[in-house]
Write a protein that binds this ligand. Structure first.
Ligand SMILES: Cc1cc2nc3c(=O)[nH]c(=O)nc-3n(C[C@H](O)[C@H](O)[C@H](O)COP(=O)(O)O)c2cc1C
Length: 378
């Protein structure tokens, strides 16, 4: 069982999203403006649809916090859907959706839950839910920052337009419309998105998430479900539309020789053991090795198309074009923010498992004592 757990509830056009987080230590200060900043980043990026112009996500703390600090009890946080004002009068009476979109949860979801109105599926399968995850991610990031761990998500490709450049920190990408370090590629990326939009099409891409300042010893090799790389992959794969994950060298490791791939071990009095290279992406044997944790995600193109693919009416079974629903053209920049949040959640959980305590004071005491010795038991 995870040390840090959370549940989310709420529909895309319903009144609100709610998240309950269990396992946070007592004494952690919660800063709503910081959460709102991450929520705003998730709403941004070039290629988003009109919905993001309506919403301005703001968190409301409903439980588990007093005088700005966690109590050790579950924390409950709400995000209102501004669009609810347009939906509340028609929520129960709006025309049913009877044609599923290829690539979305529409058809498998309708079959699974026995819904003849696909709206009952898309309201929850929508990536709107990832706003609630960003609330948890922001709190996880704040917790980890106390231990000088920093996490960042950034874009590496939109469709076929790719970059090799990586930002050092958030300041370098915050004003980029793609959350991408490579300014020279921005115009090309914009053109790619604009062209897809003109043609009623959509785009995917690649984003990377990176955690620095990670102590060795998070995760474990002793059991399959405690491996840190497995937990990170699960968390990142849970982001809607993510279809591929690579950790460190990932797929390119398969074509290299062991002598060219593995990261030689060095020692320094000051910093302890370290590596000259980081092809492992900071994890060996399911355990963090002290180097930066790096994972890349491939996001498929958005399923909703203005120039729709062919589908079938679920009742008449007749061939019918998929419905055109308000949608993003591309959401890879936003997905990179969700990736940042998901990586933060997994690392905060693994960190608490390793250095855990019921209150922040105990966790700090243990962490900084071990850090004095470079986390070395010998
Ligand atoms: C931040 C974000 C925004 C998204 N926006 C849309 C959207 O506007 N329209 C759409 O059809 N899919 C969107 N998606 C992708 C779908 O949610 C996803 O493809 C769908 O739930 C099916 O899940 P799957 O692709 O993982 O199989 C978005 C995904 C993310 C991460």
């Amino acid at each position: 069982m995870n040390t840090l757990r959370f549940l989310t509830a709420g529909e895309s056009h319903g009144p609100c999203l709610t998240v309950i987080i269990e396992g946070l230590p007592a004494g952690l200060s919660i800063e709503p403006s910081e959460i709102n900043t991450l929520l705003k980043r998730r709403q941004g990026g070039y290629g988003r649809g009109k919905r993001m112009e309506i919403e301005e996500d703001r968190c409301e703390i409903e439980g588990g916090v007093r005088m700005g600090k966690t109590l050790g009890s579950p924390v409950s946080i709400k995000i209102e859907n501004k669009d609810w004002s347009n939906w509340k009068d028609k929520w129960d009476s709006v025309e049913p959706i009877l044609v599923p979109r290829p690539g979305h949860a529409d058809l498998p979801g309708a079959i699974k839950y026995g819904h003849s109105d696909i709206r009952n599926v898309l309201e929850r399968s929508s990536a709107r839910e990832t706003a609630a995850r960003c609330v948890v991610g922001s709190i996880a990031k704040r917790f980890l920052s106390i231990f000088e761990i920093d996490i960042l998500g950034y874009l590496l490709a939109i469709g076929r337009i790719k970059t090799e450049e990586r930002p050092e920190n958030l300041d370098e990408i915050i004003n980029s419309p793609f959350f991408c370090q490579d300014k020279a590629k921005e115009d090309e990326m914009k053109k790619e998105v604009d062209k897809a939009e003109e043609e009623g099409d959509s785009l995917g891409g690649i984003f990377e998430v990176r955690a620095t300042g990670i102590p060795p010893g998070l995760g474990s090799y002793v059991h399959w479900d405690r491996r840190l790389d497995a937990k990170i992959s699960f968390a990142l794969m849970s982001i809607p539309a993510v279809k591929g994950i690579e950790i460190g060298s990932g797929f390119s490791a398969a074509e290299r020789r062991g002598s060219a791939l593995h990261d030689e071990i060095l020692y320094d009095e000051e910093k302890g053991f370290y590596r000259k290279t980081n092809n492992a992406g900071g994890i060996e044997g399911g355990v963090s090795n002290g180097e930066a944790i790096i994972a890349r995600c491939a996001m498929k193109p958005i399923p909703t198309l203005r120039n729709p693919l062919s589908s079938c009416h679920i009742i008449t079974k007749e061939k019918t074009p998929a419905p055109i629903i308000r949608s993003d053209i591309s959401a890879v920049p936003a997905a990179s923010v969700v990736g940042e949040a998901m990586l933060a959640i997994v690392l905060a959980d693994s960190f608490m498992e390793r250095f855990g305590g019921d209150n922040l004071f105990l966790i700090k005491e243990r962490f900084f004592r071990e850090r004095e010795k470079n986390f070395l038991p010998f």
